[in-house]
Design a protein around this ligand. Structure first.
Ligand SMILES: C[S@@+](CC[C@H](N)C(=O)[O-])C[C@H]1O[C@@H](n2cnc3c(N)ncnc32)[C@H](O)[C@@H]1O
Length: 231
């Protein structure tokens, strides 16, 4: 059965799946989910169809046919790019509307990707599964959620695996060209070092760049790029 965005939103509301509150959301997890579903229900692709440029830059680090997990993958721009490179990709997002669009995109591109609708708090972070985990703009996580989220991403990586992170730094509040707009959600290098104490840092750089990712990430941006290798 095909679902329209409206029926998917209603179904997600009705299932108990969404009872785990996201403390970061101003009015709780359900409101945040409704907002994401509504944003993704609009025509087009909120973050565009092109893969994230940081992820593309890091692509050369991945061995052929790597097993990659895309966390909070949205509408599939990153998972489909990774699969098109020949990797074996799994991806999840809390928004059923986004996942449905990602599935459609993968179908159009002739790519087989394992997509799931799930939140980071309920995802099973099975140990030692992936050669790489892509965490591209997943700053919906509050300070309270972050340690478990980062511990989960770390656990699910194989030894030698890479955690690829791009996010906004506090300076992004001056630009307002994307991101959560809340200081406590933004990353610093020090914060990532604390969250991932065992990491070997192949890259950990705060910098500025022009982003052109759909309508949501556009213009001068204060970013952090991080590549953490699990020993
Ligand atoms: C800024 S978007 C980035 C999407 C994608 N990573 C990209 O770069 O195109 C943040 C994504 O996080 C998802 N999200 C929000 N809260 C979540 C949660 N608790 N668990 C999983 N995904 C969540 C949203 O639905 C949205 O797709």
């Amino acid at each position: 059965m095909r679902h329209t965005p409206a029926t998917l939103i209603a179904q997600q509301h009705m299932t108990g799946k969404l009872s785990d509150m996201t403390p970061s959301a101003p009015h709780g997890f359900n409101d945040a989910l409704v907002q994401w579903n509504e944003r993704f229900s609009r025509p087009g692709y909120l973050f565009g169809l092109e893969p994230n440029a940081f992820l593309v830059r890091q692509g050369a680090r991945l061995a052929r046919s790597s097993r990659v997990l895309c966390v909070a993958d949205g509408e599939g721009r990153n998972s489909t790019w990774l699969a098109a490179q020949g990797h074996v990709v799994s991806a999840f997002d809390v928004s059923s509307v986004a996942v449905e669009k990602a599935r459609t995109l993968a179908g159009q591109r002739g790519l087989a990707i394992d997509y799931q609708v799930a939140g980071v708090d309920t995802w099973e972070w099975e140990a030692q599964q992936y050669d790489a985990v892509a965490a591209i703009f997943i700053q919906f996580a509050s300070p309270a959620q972050r340690p478990a989220l980062f511990a989960g991403m770390w656990r699910t990586l194989k030894s030698g695996g890479l955690l690829l992170i791009q996010g906004y730094t506090p300076k992004q509040l001056e630009y307002g060209t994307g991101g959560p707009g809340r200081l406590e959600h933004l990353y610093t290098a020090e914060m990532l070092r604390e969250l991932l104490p065992e990491a070997q840092w192949l890259e950990l750089a705060e910098h500025e760049a022009e982003l052109a990712e759909g309508s949501a990430h556009r213009g001068r941006s204060a970013l952090i790029d991080a590549v953490a290798r699990k020993p």
